[in-house]
Design a protein around this ligand. Structure first.
Ligand SMILES: Cc1ncc(COP(=O)(O)O)c(C=O)c1O
Length: 391
């Protein structure tokens, strides 16, 4: 049974569920396991196959996945984690959970993706002592556009850094040399299954990796650091051992079933996102938009988690946000550079990175999700035009 959508607002994003998804969850509700049952293994196998990696470790959120990946790769209080300033808190927070130092890297003002010159400068500034420890670079494949993972890998290798892709925004994203999530250039990649993401599991996330030791450590850490080393032939098959200090980051079978059902429709949902992005691109390439708004480059490999426009004139973005909200069109700002937040400002001081500031000043994510209707999309476009005619 599909529930009616009573919401009259146009959100910036939302889950797109079908009858198949409802059935998948209901089947688990009627089964013997609500958590730690067969769905998790099935979901992990399907993820590993889809992303062409040896291991997928599903867990309770994208944040948990990032935390697990950093911890399993050896991050500690001696580590440095280099994070683009424009991302969601989780990319940086997970380093802080482990006591590591966060250094914010600048981004390209056109697309919010990590800036390689800034990364190089940061790497050159690290002391011998810092370089002796297990350090990280965490590029974010922002909005659905894969980050320059090959270049990041080249730089990371030179300085002995580990590389973890935050692929929360970018399942299905690719470029000439990179495919988001495949770990060709990275030690791990992390996914989020929050409802606004490509694959919705309610909440959930996964670590993708080709490194078996890292996968084993992630599996132990997601469940308190506990391992179950003995099979049924052993005299004490019931015995488990806590070998490390972990967390309860387990995903439930209900979530895994929903995630697996959604994963099966990933291509369909990316194609829907691409169609919507193309329609925006066509509309926004003409006046009145073209002189006053920069739009994202329409590349084949973009998987369109977000459609981020950038107002060229200062102050216009915030007025547009309010104007559209008043009409029930919900937009979002992805993201305020993390160093603006009081928590990080206390750690890094009064930092202002030019690329991140320029990007942030004009960015606005306008509605994009697979079930956005043409009527609603046309409303977004025409109200945006009306806004520009008044300002
Ligand atoms: C770039 C990025 N990284 C990490 C996360 C964290 O994912 P979750 O909300 O599943 O914990 C998000 C979620 O919004 C995100 O956008």
């Amino acid at each position: 049974m599909l529930l009616p959508n009573k919401v009259t607002q146009i959100p910036y994003s939302k889950q797109s569920l079908t009858q198949e998804d409802f059935d998948a969850v209901l089947e688990v509700m009627n089964s013997s396991f609500l958590t730690q049952g067969p769905q998790i293994d099935l979901f992990e196998k399907a993820l590993a196959k889809r992303f062409q990696v040896k291991h997928a470790i599903a867990c309770s959120s994208g944040t948990a996945a990032i935390h697990l990946s950093y911890a399993s790769l050896g991050a500690s209080a001696d580590s440095v984690g280099i994070v683009p300033a424009v991302t969601f808190s989780a990319t940086a927070n997970a380093f802080r959970y482990l006591g590591a130092k966060v250094i914010f890297c600048d981004v390209n003002p056109a697309d919010g993706i990590i800036d390689l010159d800034s990364l190089q400068r940061i790497l050159e500034s690290l002391s011998e002592e810092q370089l002796d420890h297990c350090n990280f670079v965490s590029p974010v494949s922002f909005a659905g556009k894969v980050a320059p993972l090959k270049e990041c890998a080249d730089l990371s290798e030179k300085y002995g850094m580990k590389l973890v892709e935050d692929a929360s925004h970018s399942p299905g994203g690719w470029s000439e040399r990179e495919t988001s999530g495949d770990c060709k250039w990275t030690q791990a990649a992390c996914l989020s299954f929050h409802p606004v993401k490509h694959i919705c599991a309610g909440e959930g996330g996964a670590v993708l990796t080709n490194l078996t030791e890292v996968a084993d450590r992630c599996k132990a850490l997601r469940s308190h650091g506990i391992v179950r080393p003995f099979d049924d032939e052993h005299p004490t098959p019931w015995k488990y051992e806590q070998v490390d200090l972990g967390w309860n980051y387990r995903i439930t079978d209900l979530q895994a079933a929903l995630g697996r059902s959604q994963l099966g429709k990933l291509d369909e949902s990316i194609n829907a996102r691409k169609r919507i992005a193309k329609r925006y691109d066509e509309a926004l390439s003409a006046p009145p938009f073209s002189e006053r708004i920069d739009r994202p480059a329409l590349t084949d490999g973009h998987s369109w988690h977000l459609y981020v426009i950038r107002f060229k004139e200062e102050g216009l973005r915030d007025q547009a946000y309010k104007f559209l909200k008043g009409l029930g069109i919900i937009t979002q700002i992805h993201y305020t550079p993390l160093y603006h937040h009081p928590y990080f400002a206390k750690l890094v001081g009064n930092l202002r990175l030019p690329g991140a500031e320029e990007y942030f000043a004009g960015c606005l994510s306008i509605p994009l999700f697979p079930t956005l209707t043409q009527i609603d999309q046309d409303k977004v476009i025409s109200e945006l035009a009306r806004f520009l005619s008044k300002h």
